[in-house]
Design a protein around this ligand. Sequence first.
Ligand code: PLP
Length: 394
Amino acid sequence: MLIYFMKLLDSAYRKRKSYFYKMINGKALEKELEKDETTEEKEKKFEKKFAKFMGVKHASLFGSGNHALITGLEMSKLEKESDILIQAFTCKQVPRIISTIYNSQLADIDESYNIDLSKAQVLTGKKTKAIQAIYSYGKAINSKKIQEFCKKNELILIEDCAHSLGAKNGKKAGSIGEFSIFSLRKNLPVGSGGVLCTSNNEFYDEILREKEDSSRKFGIKKKLLEKPIVFFRKNFPHAGAPYVFLSKLGYGKEEMNKELLDRFEISLATHSLTILPEIINKTVANSKLLMDELGTEKFIFPREEKKEINVYTRVPIFFKRPNKAVEKIWWKLQQEGFETGLFYKTDFEITAGGKKENFLFSVKAAEHMVPVGVQGLDEKQIIELAERIKSFSK
Ligand SMILES: Cc1ncc(COP(=O)(O)O)c(C=O)c1O
């Protein structure tokens, strides 16, 4: 009965969206999990691999991207109540997190969906001490331009690479800031995890000290589920749900900001790093194919510079003339099994409050843009997705 149910679930997922999760090889995951290593050794191994990929001195694994961000902000040497520049068009949690210690200074985005540096320049004042540069949807930021901006205005650079593992315009996204953060669940077929990278030895020591205070409270409860989940993965490779389920287990919102990953989750993250180049290449190829299929007559894509590599976790599709409100399009695509996460319309409205006239391009993005996931889809599905998107345009 159970097997029959699993088979049904597997085939339902096969038809829908979990091709991303299918990239995980059940046997290799089992091997990784059963290696004779302590959890701490596993964690160090992951961190070493991640730092090597990023070309930074240190990487530190956390429970989530937010957990990494909060720790980095808390441990930074910035004076309390300094101003930190950040784009208004993003996930509402990010300026909220900054505002627990500092003031977030909101700026508009430009056609790249990243912070508009010319508008940010006008906002900088004596109290502005840092910029949190978000690589929205996986869109690279020109490393030279952002470094020059920071130098000119004497700002610390915090890189928010929650969406952009592998993106690059000049230097790799996440390799140039005082520290950078990543959200593993957006870039890898895992359910949870965040990373903080830095090349500052002293700062890293502070991070390590802080991390020791975090706990692995839910480890025992999750341990019981390791074997069934690996079995599920080996026998029903299309269904990705267990990771998401596991990451949610036992976690309340606040707890998620404090807990570290357990042995299973670290093994999963380590295994998924072995297929990182494949994931990046596929994501890049898929986003290009989707944009080619859609064309530019009815749609606008993020403004790109030559030679940049964008690893779009979601491709921002700007409808010149949508035939219904974008939230309806977003919802419809989601119901049909396509990924449309990182939809910031309401987040932006909450963050900007009544001052929307200060954020002209953000307003346009909120009214015209739907972010669409392409990770792990095959060619046929991308073409099907493009047809569905076209049907929502006049
Ligand atoms: C820009 C940005 N930064 C940080 C995060 C936090 O990442 P996580 O979901 O892993 O906590 C998110 C999550 O949506 C995000 O969009």
